[in-house]
Design a protein around this ligand. Structure first.
Ligand code: ADP
Ligand code: MG
Length: 724
């Protein structure tokens, strides 16, 4: 088969089997590589369509694809989808009856399966890997492959066994290709996956993490001030719908309440007035309430949800304009996924991350709760025997509290120190292997490390999107600054306030530049931008310039931030090992623009100076305020035609028109089987009723009406507006 006919075949199968009219980005290339028999590592964001990348080649290659998946829910979901397409699928996991598993094996052996899903621990069952090896597989797909790496955030010791079993499963001769998929893998994790799975010259596809329409802002803000600032941010209708992520259930509820109350308080400029209907959403609410909140949000009736991480999984809402983190998230993975819910429609959306020193303490508390002391696990482990015992009995005999016991047992199970006796009720456990101690310690440490990364993200002051893209493993793409975050575009920032540097500050900034220039010339390679030349640790720099004690750490950081923002220096995180401990530091060097700056050149620097006063945060110190590059809320409203357009009160005639448009919308939504807001937003209706556009051109000027809407509904809307 030539590559050419291959490609055509793939496109045909994509349509006929999966019902998709075209490939998504990278899917074709990945499928072709799999067809050519290559091992593959895919690192692409959630929702990118990674599953198709193993499913299509599996169907095209013929035979059975073995799919390893860490979660029963994931397995069930994918198996059901494939089954619905008429493909022959079986799955084997602990949630199923033995007879189902037996049937699956029989079907596999007689060659009638196209997909076999298994949980990794199944490979521990004696005889199972040998049974699989009796036939040649089409391919082996490993979903959520980051679980194999102990540096990955969901490390599963059972995934480790894959590496041992793969050679037998891949067979002789040209080995069966292995496809590893994940939505997150730092370069370390990528290397680990490849090594653990023994992949042979794998093709790497690490793509798609950049989002062009998210303007990220990271703001230091004391906890008590956050509610007020959030209320004021979201009082602007163009910033809704919005999701606010809280760090605990309690915070979620308090914030939701405060938002609903404060929205009418707002004070100061009347521009901010307006009601915000906000609801809390977290795992502690009953299913019915959660369902209601989710449905109301999806339908556009509820514009703000204050949620813990439990919210958003099932949300498919394209027009979320703002995502706010009212506290530091535990991992960058989670953070990225959460801000990623904004702006799915492609329109510019804003995200705000609020943090302060207090967040660190909150997080330490969670870390201790989620990763109990090893001693707790050891206590439970000692109580376990070779014979399974009822969990309740063990719990009652333990000196740990119920909560502590359950947590410790859960961790032991994950790390193989306890074996659950399946099928029996009440739940019973027996002792597992002793190796749990090591992997548990590693993982607890890794969790702490993940949070340290979040902290560094807030401190690093480099393009926010670049930092994220690099974190997820796309080192190449990370070189491109986004242009819209608070670091790239200080003046465009909504919350953060910047002021022009004073003469004295500019003098110090010049000395910083001179000192860095010295490093470059000493190394005699001023034009070498590729290598490690020209860097200096920021701490050394501060000492060299004798700045310690003269200006505060904050002021020094502020100046570095300003130089960074002006594009004159670059800053990178670095680390070295000392006495077995990892020491982190930051280093700076001149950019090309920095190198070209003349000694006496005027430096126009913007220094981060708290947040815009009108939002209700702490005001800048009086002396600074005078020179501050003042911003008003109005000038900070989203750019574009709607900038200052608060929905005006409608006249009676306009009210009536709005009513007619709503009626038409309801009918249209029903006909198209979409939620009403997909046809027209409430605020678009209000704007239409107020403006009464007479022709397509005027119609286009209404906020919320784009070319597609004009084409689709223009005629009908204009007729309604004309009173027909
Ligand atoms: P991932 O595993 O990368 O998070 P999935 O494989 O679950 O993403 O795919 C996300 C969604 O995209 C699924 O609903 C899938 O059916 C859909 N999808 C995948 N490929 C295509 C395509 N080429 N055209 C249309 N929809 C697709
Ligand atoms: Mg997936």
């Amino acid at each position: 088969m030539t590559t050419h006919s291959n490609a055509n075949d793939l496109a045909a199968l994509l349509r006929s089997v999966f019902g998709f009219s075209s490939f998504r980005a990278n899917q074709r290339e990945v499928c072709e590589a799999a067809m050519a028999g290559r091992d593959l590592l895919l690192v692409m964001p959630t929702g990118a369509g990674k599953s198709l990348c193993y499913q299509l080649p599996a169907v095209a290659r013929g035979g059975t694809a073995l799919v390893v998946s860490p979660l029963i829910a994931l397995m069930e979901d994918q198996a059901a989808k494939l089954g619905a397409l008429g493909l022959r699928v079986a799955r084997i996991h602990s949630g199923l009856e033995r007879t189902v598993a037996r049937q699956a094996c029989a079907d596999y052996l007689n060659g009638s399966l196209q997909f076999l899903f298994i949980a990794p621990e199944r490979l521990r069952v004696s005889g199972f890997p040998e049974m699989l090896a009796k036939r040649r597989l089409a391919l082996v797909a490993i979903d959520e492959a980051h679980c194999i790496s102990q540096w990955g955030h969901d490390f599963r010791p059972d995934y480790r066994m894959l590496g041992q079993h793969l050679p037998a499963l891949r067979g002789e001769g040209q080995p069966v290709p292995v496809l590893a998929m994940t939505a997150t893998a730092t370069p370390d994790v990528q290397a680990d996956i490849v090594a653990q799975l023994g992949m042979v010259k794998p093709a790497l596809f690490i793509h798609g993490f950049r989002r062009d329409n998210l303007a990220i802002e990271v703001v230091e803000l004391p906890v008590p001030e956050r509610a007020g600032v959030i209320a004021n941010l979201l009082a602007v209708p163009q910033r809704r719908p919005a999701i606010v992520y809280a760090t605990s259930r309690k915070q979620a509820e308090r914030l939701a309440e405060e938002l609903s109350l404060t929205s009418s308080r707002s004070g100061g400029s009347g521009r901010l007035a307006g009601r915000i209907a906000a609801a809390a959403y977290h795992a502690g609410l009953d299913a019915e309430t959660r369902e209601q909140v989710q449905t109301a949000f999806q339908a556009g009736e509820l514009e703000v949800v204050v949620a813990t991480i439990a919210f958003g999984m099932g949300i498919d809402k394209a027009d979320i304009r703002t995502v706010i983190h009212a506290g530091l998230p535990a991992t960058l993975e989670g953070y990225y996924q959460e801000i990623g819910r904004a702006g799915r429609d492609g329109a510019l959306s804003r995200t705000f991350l609020m943090h302060s020193y207090a967040d660190q303490r909150t997080h330490d508390f969670f870390l201790n709760r989620d990763y109990p002391p090893t001693e707790h696990l050891a206590q439970v482990f000692r109580a376990l025997g070779q014979e399974p015992r009822a969990v309740e009995e063990l719990r009652a005999a333990s000196r740990l509290s119920e909560e502590e016991f359950d947590k410790a047992l859960e961790k032991l199970e994950i790390h193989g120190g306890a074996r659950r006796d399946f099928g029996g009720s009440p739940r019973r456990v027996a002792a597992g292997a002793t190796g749990w101690k090591k992997t548990y310690a590693v993982q607890a440490q890794y969790r702490a490390e993940q949070f340290a990364r979040v902290l560094r993200y807030t401190e690093l002051n480099e393009c926010r999107m670049s930092a994220l893209v690099r974190h997820f493993g796309d080192v190449e793409d990370a070189k491109q600054p986004c242009g819209v975050c608070d670091v790239c575009d200080a003046e465009g920032a909504v919350l953060r306030l910047f002021r022009r540097a004073s003469e004295q500050e500019r003098a110090i900034a010049r000395r910083i530049l001179e000192d860095l220039r010295g490093v470059v010339y000493k190394e005699e390679a001023p034009t070498d931008r590729s290598s490690s030349v020209g860097w200096k640790a920021t701490g050394t720099l501060q000492r060299n310039l004798d700045l310690v004690g003269r200006i505060s750490r904050d002021e020094y950081e502020g100046l570095l931030g300003a130089l960074l923002q002006a594009g004159l220096i670059e800053i990178e995180g670095a680390e070295f090992e000392k006495d077995g401990e990892l020491i982190r530091f930051r280093k700076a060097r001149l950019t090309e623009a920095g190198l070209e700056t003349h000694r006496g050149a005027p430096l126009d620097l913007l220094i981060s100076d708290g947040i815009v006063e009108e939002f209700g945060g702490r005001a800048a110190a009086p002396a600074r305020k005078a020179s501050a590059a003042r911003k008003t809320v109005a000038s900070k409203a989203p750019a574009g035609k709607s900038a200052a357009a608060e929905p005006a009160r409608l006249t009676a005639a306009a009210e009536a028109l709005a009513g007619r448009i709503r009626e038409w919308r309801a009918a249209e939504a029903k006909r198209l089987r979409v939620p009403a807001y997909v046809v027209l937003h409430d605020r678009t209706i209000a704007a239409l009723a107020a403006a009464r556009p007479r022709n397509p051109k005027e119609l286009l000027e209404i906020d919320g009406v784009g070319a597609a809407k004009v084409e689709r509904f223009g005629e009908q809307i204009l007729r309604l507006c004309a009173g027909e």
